[in-house]
Design a protein around this ligand. Structure first.
Ligand code: GRF
Length: 203
């Protein structure tokens, strides 16, 4: 399953379509230092699972009891993840799970956090709230994950305008384009900077 190489290992968590997962799978398919080693989903119908399988990446599906009782952690550990990327993953991770991977879990959110984050703020709900609030701009936030929805330390933000006649559809398409452009790059930078720092000889 490709975890025995010297490459940095990414595990993706996704609940739905997985277009961000697709971008990560493409970016790291032939990468010299980074690989996607598994995709986990809470949704057996998630199209993200099929996307991973097309790349020959193993998948796992879990339910709430498995997450609560530590079974997901057990399934995950053999993949030795260097980074867990929540790419459209809708459940809150339990504190025990988050604490098992300090600074190794990141999420992408389709707004400029702390605006329009928190429980229930996902997908079209976010973009509708941005339009209703008559915001002039919105964007994406890539951030570390803690035990609360959308509250971990920010890593990267990118902005785009909200146009006067935007609908949820036009706005989400603009924001998704930003996600696809920046998520693979930010993930790569995070993992490569970690790689370089771990190679620094001890003084
Ligand atoms: C994206 O907007 C992401 O920011 C959010 O959920 C959506 C997932 O889209 N967390 P996809 O499944 O990657 O297409």
């Amino acid at each position: 399953m490709g975890t025995s190489s010297n490459k940095k290992n990414i595990v993706i968590f996704a609940s739905g379509s997985g277009s961000n997962a697709q971008r990560l799978l493409e970016q790291f398919e032939h990468h010299p230092h980074i690989q996607v080693v598994a995709l986990f989903s809470n949704n057996p119908e998630a199209f993200a699972l099929q996307r991973a399988q097309k790349f020959g990446v193993p998948t796992a599906v879990f339910d709430r009891p498995m997450l609560r009782e530590g079974k997901v952690l057990e399934l995950l550990l053999p993949y030795k993840p260097d980074l867990i990327v929540l790419a459209g993953f809708l459940w809150l991770l339990p504190a025990s799970f988050v604490q098992a991977f300090p600074d190794k879990i990141i999420n992408i959110h389709p707004s400029l956090l702390p605006k329009f984050g928190g429980k229930g703020m996902h997908g079209q709900h976010v973009h509708q709230a941005v339009i209703d609030a008559k915001e002039a701009e919105t964007g994406i936030t890539i951030h570390y994950v803690n035990e609360h929805y959308d509250e971990g330390a920010p890593i990267y933000q990118e902005r785009c305008p909200v146009e006067p006649n935007d609908t949820c559809e036009t706005l989400s398409a603009r924001v998704l384009t930003l996600e696809h452009r920046h998520l693979p790059r930010v993930v790569e930078e995070l993992l490569l900077s970690e790689k370089n720092s771990s190679k620094t000889p001890a003084a």
